[in-house]
Design a protein around this ligand. Sequence first.
Ligand SMILES: Cc1cc2nc3c(=O)[nH]c(=O)nc-3n(C[C@H](O)[C@H](O)[C@H](O)COP(=O)(O)O)c2cc1C
Length: 325
Amino acid sequence: MLRTRFTEEFGVRHPLVQGGMQWVGRAELVSAVANAGALGMLTALTQPTPEALVKEIARCREMTDRPFGVNLTILPTITPPPYAEYRQAIVESGVPIVETAGSNPAEHLAAFGPAGIKVLHKCTSVRHALKAQELGVDAVSIDGFECAGHPGEDDVPGLVLIPRAADELRIPVIASGGFADARGLVAALALGADGVNMGTRFLCTEEAPVHRSVKERIVAAGERDTELIFRPLRNTARVASNEVSRAVVARLDAGGTFDDVRDLVAGARGRKVYELGDTEAGVWSVGMVQGLVHDIPTVAELVDRIVTEAARLIGARLAGVVTTS
Ligand SMILES: Cc1cc2nc3c(=O)[nH]c(=O)nc-3n(C[C@H](O)[C@H](O)[C@H](O)COP(=O)(O)O)c2cc1C
């Protein structure tokens, strides 16, 4: 067993988090993560309405009696979803933990705090983490440049970002981006983090509710097989390298605007990837860490493997490196 400030304060057995994942963070995966003793997050905006989110939370509760959280991703969009209603659905459902991400969570904290909900805010820079701490979040997840999804625009990899965050913050820090195994967890703890957050690794498990071809593609892919789309728009996202993502990069690099790629990045295309297993159909998030993913275990096998090997690594391999002479 590994005990950290995070496991103590958030009431989870293992210092492992499954961060929000659009289209993927559903009850099947989240309940499996909870049952394995880690912290899973349902993804609020994967549900078409706040009412559907309430039902998904109830469905997840039927599949586990362990705590789980909900991710609320706040991204700038032309037609924003009804965030206040999703927030209300979370509060009324009695979920104990929320992962906020995407932008400043201030507006939402006013509702979560009084409801006794712990907030884990995910961000990509030390300055944003400090701001979140000042606003009163309970912990931060800090996403290095390696991560799937939105790595921000600073391009600071975890090896620098995590210790920088640990040095500056009082609250627990969860290291995110590029973690898939016990070595990563032990390294994150050594860098000053209180646990790790994983997206890509949990996406490639039996219970992740996506087509098996996506998982097989992750196993086959290497660490170089991602693209950074939307760089010129300063809204960078790391996604799988395929014909569509390469076309997006090419069009924007040639001076194109969002309108020139709108059809390529449509959410409906991304859903096709997960539902039909056509990994060339659209853009889909995946991290560089896919180079370290070689199998499709159950969530329980994965969590057990990571924590067991981590304890062995610390107690045997690392301890064995220390000499007195
Ligand atoms: C398929 C997929 C979808 C994601 N969607 C979201 C999302 O909707 N909101 C969010 O905050 N993060 C999202 N992420 C990011 C993850 O929560 C996590 O921060 C990231 O995957 C960590 O990097 P890793 O993949 O190297 O573990 C997504 C990641 C993946 C792989």
